[in-house]
Design a protein around this ligand. Structure first.
Ligand code: FPP
Length: 258
């Protein structure tokens, strides 16, 4: 009974290299994986480094996991890069985090284009500094027609913000007579979310041992499988990612049925 409980924390060891690409059943690959990339600060602290060093190392892991997702044949990968609550951090850290998309895309955009990856960003873009907004706008535009992996950055994203904004837009359409209240159902509402057009994540991964959702995709994760590991994000690698997928494939999804 207990072993089927989705909230259990998987036992991964920090070397954990036992899982490989070959172990993944290609007939039931998750369509959409979402990741809460946590533990950068602790990784840096353990090494006597400033927190931002952890974020920089974490950025390199993003590249690895994008490549691995492509190899596995995942359709969409959503990465929680900055939450609406992260503005509460010290200004130097916020400034650094706002430079990372620029650095990442400045370095890896050609590689993403070559790999047919489509970059998307969900979040409140209006509050982003112009240099961050420019970098993501360029990447979105240059990868718009790619039809491979969708790499969706949740940037200045918060699920409650998303839901409230969705309700506002929905009410606006209704007030303008474009939408009849009787027509509103889950499918209609999803069109007003920032993830519109993406299927709900099949699998959520959170690193660093924290077992919570932190205002991340609360609507979309309703029936996702949740997988937690103690590995800190900068230590997370392809093998851990494959392990999460293999263990996802061992689970029985019932979506409330029997
Ligand atoms: C949480 O760890 C991590 C973040 C708030 C930032 C995540 C960002 C990256 C991994 C890099 C993003 C890369 C791109 C390309 C945008 P934490 O700082 O809360 O860690 P802690 O809990 O150990 O303090």
């Amino acid at each position: 009974m207990l072993e089927k409980f989705s909230f259990r924390k998987e036992k991964t060891d920090s070397k954990g290299s036992v899982y490989s690409l070959e172990q993944i059943d290609r007939s039931s690959v998750p369509n959409h994986i979402a990741i809460i990339m946590d533990g950068n600060g602790r990784w840096a602290k353990k090494r006597g480094l400033p927190r931002v060093a952890g974020h920089h190392e974490g950025m390199k892991v993003v590249r690895k996991i994008v490549k691995a997702s492509n190899e596995v044949g995942i359709r969409a990968l959503t990465l929680y890069a900055f939450s609406t609550e992260n503005w509460k951090r010290p200004k130097t850290e916020v400034d650094y985090l706002m430079k990372l998309p620029e650095e990442f895309l400045g370095t890896f955009l050609p590689e993403l284009i070559e790999a047919n990856v489509q970059v998307r960003v969900m979040g409140n873009k209006d509050q982003l500094p112009p240099h961050t907004r420019n970098a993501i706008t360029k990447a979105i535009s240059e990868t718009r027609t790619n039809d491979g992996l969708i790499l969706n950055f949740a940037l200045n994203y918060g699920s409650r913000f998303e839901i409230i904004e969705g309700i506002k837009s929905l009410l606006k359409e209704s007030n303008e007579g474009k939408l009849n209240i009787e027509e509103i159902n889950e499918e209609v509402f999803e069109r007003f979310l920032l993830s519109a057009g993406l299927k709900d994540p099949d699998l959520l991964i959170r690193t660093s041992g924290e077992i919570r959702l932190s205002n991340f995709m609360l609507w979309q994760l309703a029936y996702s499988e949740l997988w937690f590991t103690d590995i800190l994000w900068p230590d997370f690698n392809e093998n851990h990612f494959y392990q999460a997928i293999v263990e996802y494939q061992r689970r029985t999804r019932r979506f409330g049925g029997v």
